[in-house]
Design a protein around this ligand. Sequence first.
Ligand SMILES: Cc1cc2nc3c(=O)[nH]c(=O)nc-3n(C[C@H](O)[C@H](O)[C@H](O)COP(=O)(O)OP(=O)(O)OC[C@H]3O[C@@H](n4cnc5c(N)ncnc54)[C@H](O)[C@@H]3O)c2cc1C
Length: 318
Amino acid sequence: MTRAPFENPDVRLDNRPLSEYTTFRLGASCRGIIHCRMPAQVEETIRSLVKEKKKFILIGGGSNLVVSDEPLDCYVVRYYTDKPLIALNGTDVTVSGSTLLDDLAIFAARNGLEGIEYATGIPGTVGGAVVGNAGAWGKQIADVLTSGELISPSGVKKTAGAEKLGFAYRDSLLKKTGDMVVSVELSLQKGEQRALLQERERILAERKAKHPDLRREPCAGSFFRNIEPTSKAGKRQAAGWFLEEAGGKTLKVGGAVIYPKHANIIVKSGGCRSQDVYELSLQMARIVKEKFNLDLVREVRFVGKFRGMPADVRDIIW
Ligand SMILES: Cc1cc2nc3c(=O)[nH]c(=O)nc-3n(C[C@H](O)[C@H](O)[C@H](O)COP(=O)(O)OP(=O)(O)OC[C@H]3O[C@@H](n4cnc5c(N)ncnc54)[C@H](O)[C@@H]3O)c2cc1C
């Protein structure tokens, strides 16, 4: 028999605001946050929420979200663990969707496994990385993922090969199906531990120099995706460049400001509300459209209701 999530002693429930669980430090409360660490916990929780017809959304590290100032009329399943759940079989790795991507990168480097170094320092969970095909420097999780254990929004568990996940740049089919990532299998390659650990240090230093320090400058990373290649070089063009050229660095709405070192990052300053971030993002898209006739595509997801947003949007929209 399936227990209600609140009766499961391994699953913690709390009523704190979502600002405590997002890197933007924004977001009101919801009906309850259900904390799950292990694959079996998240499966059981989702099945019982479905059975009881309780509305819910699932989040990971909350590093790609802007959650509304208005309370959410649903439960939030937070599938997250700071104790990595990783199994190694030769050069293949099975990892829970709740494990932090950076913990996976550390594990791989320490075990002399190559193929996931680029993920060093990217906040958030493996599940969040899979759904958004997280990446850096031309590499992404889709390059090494072979299959995933998923659970559908109606509680049905399934296994899907990578070819079924519709990976594209910062995109996957999971954004459309709403299937949730319980765990994934990755195929890595033998590398040299010392070189991999050195590469890790190099990447961390580079990130530190370029990205906001989340403790002082809360944000959700790059707000818009880079632009489709238009030249034969085939390289994506940084959305930040277009924003900067269009004068984006001077924009500001309430406490939402542009990070001085990167025109594609919104950071939270004093008194910032989620609505400010929403409005600033509209202004950013507008100036690039006006100057370059380009439509920026958002990478960050909005959760909940925002003033001026069409009324029929779902709880999470891309
Ligand atoms: C400082 C900073 C730097 C960043 N740098 C990068 C970068 O270099 N490259 C990059 O790609 N991203 C980057 N990001 C963005 C972000 O870290 C990634 O997109 C990350 O993969 C999101 O994972 P998350 O667990 O935090 O997802 P969340 O923000 O919690 O959720 C994002 C979406 O994923 C869904 N989701 C979460 N977990 C699951 C799951 N298990 N199954 C199904 N859906 C799930 C949620 O429903 C939501 O729709 C950065 C963010 C910050 C704040």
